[in-house]
Ligand binder design. Structure first.
Ligand SMILES: CC(C)(COP(=O)(O)OP(=O)(O)OC[C@H]1O[C@@H](n2cnc3c(N)ncnc32)[C@H](O)[C@@H]1OP(=O)(O)O)[C@@H](O)C(=O)NCCC(=O)NCCS
Length: 180
């Protein structure tokens, strides 16, 4: 195998659905964010704000399968590095956009602090877009704060086109559109 082939294999990610047997590694993932100074665990559906792992997991499962009226079904995944099994990132996707969800877009994502800037954000988003295709979505919106260059570039590296800039709660935001 060429050097390039070996490098790509070592960095390959797969999406996995959170489960109870992942509790320890998910809590470590969360802790790494806090130790780094992040107050959120982006793409996790509120992991940072739940004291109880089980409550968070139950909510994630509920919104994936049932969801009350007027709330979109939402799938939440971790990305796992195939070579060593490490959790690398987290991504969630709303299957539809309700009026309430519109400004936040379909997809939210994050990469654990120690693994940022290595191409994983792009790879994880590509995997999520494949899943969006399985959901038969034709286009997805990704929202980010205008000053979040890494997030905007991640969307652009997967074909995102800037379609809107707006202010919300005093913060400048952008919408990137990806046609699938
Ligand atoms: C945004 C995030 C998911 C990107 O993941 P990542 O693995 O660091 O991104 P990648 O290494 O795949 O890089 C994607 C692009 O962003 C650029 N980039 C990465 N980190 C950057 C940084 N700190 N500043 C500027 N650009 C950056 C890369 O150069 C690349 O651009 P290119 O395709 O033009 O070369 C990650 O930085 C993160 O988790 N940030 C905190 C959470 C967050 O902001 N989530 C988004 C909320 S909308």
């Amino acid at each position: 195998m060429s050097d390039r082939g070996m490098r790509m294999d070592r960095n390959e990610l797969v999406l996995v659905s959170p489960s109870k047997d992942m509790e320890h590694e998910i809590l470590q993932y969360k802790e790494e964010h806090f130790a780094f100074g992040d107050r959120q665990v982006h793409g996790s559906g509120g992991l940072a704000f739940d004291d109880s792992f089980d409550e968070w997991l139950n909510r994630i499962r509920f919104i994936r399968e049932k969801s009350p009226e007027n709330i979109a079904l939402t799938s939440t995944f971790f990305s796992r590095r195939v070579s060593d099994g490490k959790l690398i990132g987290c991504v969630k996707i709303h299957h539809t956009l309700t009026e309430e969800l519109e400004s936040g877009g379909h997809i939210a994502y994050g990469i654990r602090p120690s693994e940022r800037g290595k191409g994983y954000g792009t790879q994880q988003l590509e995997l999520c877009l494949e899943y969006a295709g399985q959901l038969k979505l034709k286009r997805v919106i990704i929202a980010c704060d205008k000053d979040n260059t890494a997030s905007a570039k991640t969307a652009m590296s997967c074909g995102g086109k800037l379609v809107k800039e707006f202010e919300e709660d005093g913060i400048l935001k952008q919408h990137y559109l990806i046609e699938l």
